[in-house]
Design a protein around this ligand. Structure first.
Ligand SMILES: *[C@@H]1O[C@H](CO)[C@@H](O)[C@H](O)[C@H]1NC(C)=O
Ligand SMILES: *[C@@H]1O[C@H](CO)[C@@H](O)[C@H](O)[C@H]1NC(C)=O
Ligand SMILES: *[C@@H]1O[C@H](CO)[C@@H](O)[C@H](O)[C@H]1NC(C)=O
Ligand SMILES: *[C@@H]1O[C@H](CO)[C@@H](O)[C@H](O)[C@H]1NC(C)=O
Ligand SMILES: *[C@@H]1O[C@H](CO)[C@@H](O)[C@H](O)[C@H]1NC(C)=O
Ligand SMILES: *[C@@H]1O[C@H](CO)[C@@H](O)[C@H](O)[C@H]1NC(C)=O
Ligand SMILES: *[C@@H]1O[C@H](CO)[C@@H](O)[C@H](O)[C@H]1NC(C)=O
Length: 464
């Protein structure tokens, strides 16, 4: 169940649709950057646009791709496209290995036998090789490179600046939960923020109703007549035959609330699922007074309907599909969560509106072993990437929207004068990287100006 949650560390990009143009290219990278015995190579996809580029010495804006096909990020990271015009930058979006079409072993890449070369370190080394190539292998690189990324891509943007400062002049790391690792963040932080969003943008009633709904639904659905009523009334694709079906439905509801909080944007969006502007506010309308019994079931049913069928095109609510949304590759991310990206999550039921569920690493590890025949290393990300000891790093902006559940694992203290944090009070998941919209709150506009100021500074420093 927790693994499912982690799939949601997604790039919820793409809320304002724009059509950006680019050329699709491929670059040969080694399967294994860290040993000499596996000599296979494969094609890494990347997208390029040079329309605004000052070929003399203009910067390269480089998106460190995350867990999905790269076109999705290219189409939805509007901030990079808008800023590129101002900075006369070349735009490059690099696809992360094992996602999209950058598959080392074709359609069997995700098999247990082949998936082992899916690590963040290998991906960063791919990007480093690509950058060296984009600089014509010059001993003294000509073009300042600025890394950008949101969510896991934001982590990679920060990490590539930390690990390869000679290749990257600075990094905008948006909504990057680099502190979401064991011992660094309370395990309930994420769910407390989900709950706070429902309280602040919805109401206390909304939170109380959701909190009481878990046992209410379980009890209600245990009666076959009621279970059938739910199937019809909630338009479920599958009937609720037993308690494990009901659990799946509850898990689906929980992940719906998480997604609603993440994509609680000021404009209508259709990335993960089509949703109205400020979706949390919209769904909480249905739960705005204390409800019980059938009334509570009707209210939750309307929330579910908004989440699954806002565009009125969905046949039924497919609660058994889990949190596997179209643009993301859930199996690849599941594997990463089962190896390096161990992010403890838990609920207590008091500061959050969910049923209590403790973080249990043994249970988590056993599930990983069953799925992938591997066991996660809980400390490896901290050891590889520095945890919160980033004093020796420089030229990174960590931005976090305070409405974003992933902000729970974000960096909030300015580490030193050049590793800075940017808090965006009104923003959900990496809203600052999206195309500008008339609905943007002023805090997001300010954050984008801040990013541009820092980018300008890093470029000047590079040229000196
Ligand atoms: C994988 O690709 C190979 C060759 O391209 C093809 O023969 C095979 O049917 C594919 N397998 C699956 C499961 O798609
Ligand atoms: C199930 O609920 C229906 C209607 O709410 C009720 O008439 C029936 O007695 C209940 N069945 C059981 C076994 O409790
Ligand atoms: C519960 O019912 C579903 C079908 O609705 C079935 O696939 C599943 O095996 C059942 N689980 C248990 C534990 O009986
Ligand atoms: C709840 O929302 C409905 C629909 O928007 C509205 O008519 C009603 O007045 C609200 N009730 C409360 C108690 O806010
Ligand atoms: C629902 O709440 C009302 C008052 O708000 C109460 O009278 C009623 O007994 C409650 N029903 C259940 C099933 O708890
Ligand atoms: C954690 O999970 C393991 C394996 O499922 C179980 O044996 C253990 O009792 C659990 N620990 C706690 C504290 O619940
Ligand atoms: C911040 O880090 C940079 C790079 O290591 C270093 O040059 C600078 O002195 C640091 N600043 C502070 C205030 O520690």
């Amino acid at each position: 169940m927790l693994l499912e949650k982690l799939c949601l560390l997604t790039l919820t990009l793409g809320l304002v649709k724009s059509e950006y143009k680019y050329e699709t290219k491929y670059f040969t990278v080694p399967l294994d950057h860290f040993g000499f015995q596996r000599t296979e190579t494969f094609q890494l996809k990347y997208l390029v646009n040079e329309d605004f580029w000052d070929r003399g010495s203009g910067p390269i804006f480089f998106y460190t791709g995350n867990e999905g096909q790269i076109e999705v990020f290219a189409q939805h990271t509007g901030f990079m496209w808008e800023a590129a015009q101002e900075f006369n930058a070349k735009i490059v979006f690099a696809e992360h290995r094992y996602y999209g079409s950058s598959m080392p072993f074709g359609n069997v890449s995700l098999d247990n036998k082949h998936i082992g070369y899916l690590t963040s370190s290998q991906a960063l080394a791919d990007y480093a090789d690509l950058l060296d190539y984009l600089q014509d292998h010059a001993v003294t690189p000509k073009y300042p490179v600025i890394a950008f990324g949101g969510s896991y891509g934001g982590m990679l943007a920060a990490y590539i600046r930390q690990k390869y400062p000679h290749l990257v002049a600075g990094a905008i790391a948006a909504s990057a939960p680099v502190h979401m690792f064991p011992g660094m963040t309370p395990c309930d932080a994420y769910y407390r923020i989900v709950t706070a969003s429902f309280k602040n943008d919805g109401s206390k009633h909304c939170v109380d109703n959701i909190r009481s709904s878990w046992s209410a639904i379980r009890e209600f659905a245990s009666n076959a007549t009621n279970a059938e009523w739910l199937r019809k009334k909630w338009n479920l694709c599958d009937p609720l035959k037993n308690s494990s079906d009901v659990q799946q439905l509850l898990d689906f509801l929980q992940s719906s609330y998480e997604t609603l909080a993440m994509v609680n944007y000021p404009f209508a969006s259709d990335f993960l699922v089509p949703l109205p502007a400020y979706p949390v506010r919209v769904v909480c309308q249905y739960l705005n007074q204390t409800l019980n019994g059938t009334k509570l079931m009707e209210g939750i049913g309307k929330v579910l309907d908004t989440f699954t069928n806002y565009n009125k095109k969905t046949k039924c609510a497919d609660y058994k599909k889990g949190s596997d949304y179209g643009n993301l590759d859930a199996s690849g991310w599941d594997y990463q969560a089962c190896t390096e990206m161990v992010m403890p999550m838990c609920t207590y039921g008091d500061q959050d509106m969910f049923e209590p569920h403790a973080w249990n690493f043994t249970e988590y590890s056993d599930e990983c072993f069953k799925k992938f025949n591997v066991r996660p290393l809980p400390d490896i990300a901290r050891v590889n990437y520095g945890g919160d000891r980033l004093q020796a790093a420089s030229n990174i902006v960590f931005s976090n929207g305070l409405k974003d559940p992933w902000a729970g694992g974000g960096v909030f203290n300015t580490i030193n004068e050049s590793v800075e944090t940017m808090l965006i009070i009104d923003a959900a998941h990496h809203l600052d990287l999206m195309p500008s919209s008339p609905a943007d709150p002023s805090t997001v506009k300010m954050a984008r100006e801040f990013h541009k100021q820092r980018i300008r500074r890093w470029i000047q420093k590079f040229r000196k």
